[in-house]
Design a protein around this ligand. Structure first.
Ligand SMILES: C[S@@+](CC[C@H](N)C(=O)[O-])C[C@H]1O[C@@H](n2cnc3c(N)ncnc32)[C@H](O)[C@@H]1O
Length: 435
């Protein structure tokens, strides 16, 4: 087994605050070292069960979510996540017999969740999946052309033609969990067999990848592509079946709404807890990173561009957020573009959090997992700024955990080893007061 202790030493300060509502700033007076992995020994693999079905930038590690669920919620509670991403909170909630309501700007959520939280009680059949896959390989009656103006730039013509044939088949039959499984495999090959570097999140056509595809085309590329599709599909089916076995008696609900802007949503119900990780202050561009997937799944150029414009922190701020720590940072920042980014980030991140925490029941807990990014060399203590903002608006600061990161996998193979980069992440715990 992997020795995470050496590779990814995570230590956790548990900083408790004894006073209730903090007025001007939030200070820490007690520090405990703990580790999420030690706190949640039942999870030994971050990609266990259905968590690893689809890769997604800056996913939560499930141990953090499980810890928050175990500590701050009880069975049948409703948990809300306004930045659900790939739905880690939904999976953990269902496994722990909680309900969840998830929102994210990225439409991918709507495609991922039926696979990651499959609520059927019967195990899926290998033969049914096999027959469907065989049908797809043999059939070429429908071709699917993604609504993507420069799709030809990303593929060798023969590969594009084969992918269009497989996607054409899968889009034109009745949709169910089996078609979802095959789509997840087709997403994998659509990226791997394209000219983009498939291990980096954003689309990037490189000489290295072009040469690799050229080489592939000289060999039995079609058999290789088909092997990956079958292999990935059967692995996904097996992960879902393990999930089904484990959740046979679970009856909870996981509602999901991809393609919505959490800064302005109306939350449909009262909830017992919020567990979330907002986007990073540094531009991560989740929509741009996943747009190849979105095109193949049938979304259009217009839809994708419209969503990209709503992504935090690219939109203009429509109000100014003030807290002591944030105002100090503003005073030090000299570059107007960075000031705008900071204002936009806090305006829309806080709008989204406020929309959702305001629908929490009295005494409910908000668990917000954030980093400590730097902007123009200045550290932005996100958790402190959020704590300062919300403690002036009916929330009580309960504690903050510091999760020290030696090397954390942010995107695929890219490791965050930069000594000046983000070194810690924090789980901020706020409680809604009864008044
Ligand atoms: C750190 S990621 C969340 C990852 C998630 N915790 C997981 O485990 O997969 C932040 C998410 O915020 C989303 N986001 C960015 N701007 C948004 C907005 N205006 N409304 C809703 N979601 C937004 C991004 O699409 C991204 O999925």
């Amino acid at each position: 087994m992997k020795n995470y202790k050496h590779e990814e030493q995570i230590s956790l300060f548990d900083i408790e605050k004894t006073s209730n509502i903090l007025k001007e700033s939030v200070e820490c007076d007690e520090v405990d070292f703990v580790s999420f992995r030690e706190l949640v020994p039942e999870i030994t693999d971050t990609g266990y069960l259905t968590h690893a079905i689809v890769s997604y930038p800056a996913k939560f590690i499930p141990q953090v979510v499980r810890y928050a669920i175990n500590t701050y919620t009880k069975e049948d509670d409703w948990i809300i996540d306004p930045f659900a991403g790939s739905g880690t909170v939904g999976v953990e909630a269902y496994l722990c017999k909680r309900n969840a309501v998830l929102f994210d700007l990225n439409l991918l959520l709507n495609h991922i969740m039926p696979l990651k939280v499959y609520r059927g009680k019967e195990r899926l059949k290998i033969e049914s999946l096999g027959n469907l896959l065989d049908g797809m390989i043999e059939n070429n009656t429908h071709l699917f052309a993604p609504s993507w103006s420069n799709v030809n730039y990303w593929y060798a013509p023969e590969i594009l033609e084969l992918l269009s044939q497989y996607w054409g088949f899968i889009h034109n039959i009745e949709q169910d969990v089996y078609t979802g499984i095959i789509k997840s495999a087709l997403l994998k090959v659509s990226k791997r067999f394209s000219y983009t570097e498939h291990r980096t999140p954003k689309l990037a056509r490189s000489k290295r990848k072009l040469a690799a595809i050229e080489e592939l085309l000289k060999e039995n590329w079609k058999e290789k592509l088909i092997d990956v599709v079958y292999d990935h599909s059967f692995k996904t089916l097996s992960r879902i079946n393990d999930f089904v076995t484990l959740t046979k008696h679970h009856q909870n609900q996981v509602d999901f709404h991809g393609g919505v802007d959490s800064s302005y949503i109306d939350v449909p119900r009262e909830c017992d807890a919020l567990i979330t990780s907002p986007p990073y202050l540094q531009a991560q561009e989740y929509i741009r990173s996943t747009k190849m997937d979105l095109y193949w799944l049938g979304h259009t150029d217009e839809e994708i561009q419209a969503l990209s414009r709503l992504e935090i922190p690219y939109r203009k701020a429509d109000r100014m957020i003030h807290t002591k720590t944030l105002d100090n940072i503003r005073d030090k920042l000299t570059r107007p573009d960075l000031c705008n980014r900071l204002d936009s980030y806090f305006c829309h991140t806080i709008n989204a959090l406020e929309n959702t925490v305001n629908r929490l029941k009295p005494n409910a807990t908000a668990c917000i997992f954030v980093g400590n990014p730097r902007i123009d060399g200045i550290t932005v203590e996100l958790w402190r700024i959020l704590a300062e903002y919300f403690t002036e608006r009916g929330y009580q600061f309960e504690k903050v955990y510091e999760d020290r990161i030696k090397t954390r996998q942010l995107f695929g193979v890219r490791k965050n080893k930069n000594p000046d980069g983000m070194k810690s992440e924090y789980l901020l715990i706020l409680r809604k007061t009864t008044v």
